[in-house]
Design a protein around this ligand. Sequence first.
Ligand code: 3H9
Length: 692
Amino acid sequence: MTAEYQVNGDVAVITLNNPPVNGLGHATRTAIVSGVMKAIDDPAVKAIVITGAGRAFSGGADIKEFNSPKALAEPTLHTVINVVENASKPVIAAIHSVAMGGGLELALGCHYRVASAGAQIALPEVKLGILPGAGGTQRLPRVVGLEMALNMIVSGTPVASEKLLKTRLFDQLVDGDLNEGALAFARKVAAVRPLPKVRDLKVDYPNYEAFLQFSRNTVKAMAGPFPAPLKCVEAVAASVTMKFDEGLKFERELFLDLVQTPESKALRHAFFAERAAGKIPDVPEGTPMRDIKSVAVIGAGTMGGGIAMNFANAGIPVKILEMKQEALEKGLGTIRKNYENTMKKGKLTQDKFEQRVGLITGTMSYDDIAQADIVIEAVFEDMGVKESVFRKLDEVMKPGAILASNTSTLDVDKIAGFTKRPQDVIGTHFFSPANVMKLLEIVRGAKTGKDVLATTMALSKKIKKTGVVSGVCDGFIGNRMIEQYSRQAGFLLEEGALPEQVDKAVEKFGFAMGPFRMGDLAGNDIGWYIRKRRYVEKPQVTYSKTADLLCEMGRYGQKTGAGWYDYKAGDRKPYPSQLVNDMIIKHSADIGVERRKISDQEIVERLVFALVNEGAQILEEGIAMRASDIDMVYLTGYGFPVFRGGPMFYADSVGLTNVVMAMQKYAKGRHGEAWKPAPLLAKLAAEGKTFN
Ligand code: 3H9
């Protein structure tokens, strides 16, 4: 059973008990119905309380069931709510902590609702690409009004229970023990007849048509590629324009359509992928952790400054170490300016501004950082430089301090080898801008201690990052894959495409930014520097020389006012560059390649499938623990379209056989060796299986 039934005097209490958040899976739904029936049949029971055990009233329908027949098996949530609403005795929902989605819909089917303060109340279905499908769009407007319901349903944002007290959603806010309060309330209303039903209320909103039209226009402009937000508006509209039962039916139809959309499947995948990423099989919950009360960052450049801001934002003091006074002052000045900009936008109060700026201090002495609990190195990406920093850290840092490197490509085991404490060394690869991007690649070295890994994972949560564990290899998960993507982008230029076409094709696919605009933003010189190392280390790997030629022209990107594109002063808009396009075309001629017309489909397939193939290799080598971790890296760090669920999920949805067939086609072209399917990909495709 996933709900407990108890009788307390004349009140039956049904306690949902389906950890972690009392999801309304089939077994729980069955248990609620049988509890309500039992209470109705018992003449001693005068009222029924439904509440939740543990950390939630209910987090809603069990999302894990969505892809299985159980989701539609009787009793469905509709049936449960019908049984509750038509019960001959009053049913009271006693809400604490979380009442979301189907959980809130169940409560809305009850005759009364009482709540503790601080409970998060939401219909967050839109975030999963669906809409509330068990009456939420029809009942919520009836208790909180059309406007508030529409906002809650279209945004999915939780509202604290005490903020809803003035609405008809809650009959009482309980101070103190919720169960006691709910029992007392139940006894008070035990004899009330007829029983109040939300469905009998009317949504009162004069001139609702104008409001709905305004909402449609606003939501349409903001929804991007997602169909759900606009459908939410249509379903809520039905609460005023249709009779209750018709509205319910309409909502149901929209819900069933949305559940099947690729966008919803991708968002559900991302929801579970994010949570799975936090789990490391051999580092279970309860692994001892180190206490992190202070942080040091080496390097006050763009990266170091951004990293420091994360900790200050979380209330943790940070010391930034630089070698030169001027660089230190410049770095601290940039941080201050960033916070000032946030304040100007109204996103930071003066108090918080002072507090955060006050938490970041600078120093030029290693002795000043020796007592920090974790030190993150963000110096130049060069093994020699890393070596001198880590030897120094080994010398000065207190025992037990975590020594982290923000390297984006280098061998973390080699870095750990510069110290006598490799168990304390870990990679923390932040993404630029480090105070904004969600991803934190956490690189686990061969000797990294489990406590160090567990502490770093917990720290990433504290600074609101999505931590994804990667093993050690050149580029880790993200940059190792992007190398293959960039190689294909370069070859496409040689074969006939120009930067603008490539960027546009990929952006149409849904990437936030195409590879060339991205290069101009991040600095083309960074890739140039890394390639120079790789030309030596991996001479067998072929690259297009166009990117090197671009750098030789001094066109490093936005920072030099010119890159793949031209830029105008004070304007980040890219303008196609005749000079660069001529260089590309001449380069094709120089290497004897006859340029051809390349379709957008070819561009997208070559870039995305290059990611997929390398991802499969990474998975097979155990660099990534699971395919969904790779998806998380790309969704949170590389602007991969969320509505496609990440490269591995996207490949699954295209069908791995189709991916392999496309690769076989490209293998016949130039640099065909890049298209040999990774053994895991070939195997899964042959078996008709998927990555996820
Ligand atoms: C719906 O209700 C449809 C209906 O309208 C119509 C039906 C016909 N199901 O986030 P956390 C798991 S759609 C299954 O780390 P927190 C989660 O996977 C649903 N599992 O904790 C994780 O598992 P694990 C509408 C769920 O305290 C664990 O709980 N509801 C569900 O930071 C802890 O999660 C939503 O969209 C679920 N519904 O936050 C609510 N929810 O430990 C989505 C959570 O194995 N959920 N899990 O990794 C949330 O927003 C947050 O999880 C919540 C807790 C606020 C509840």
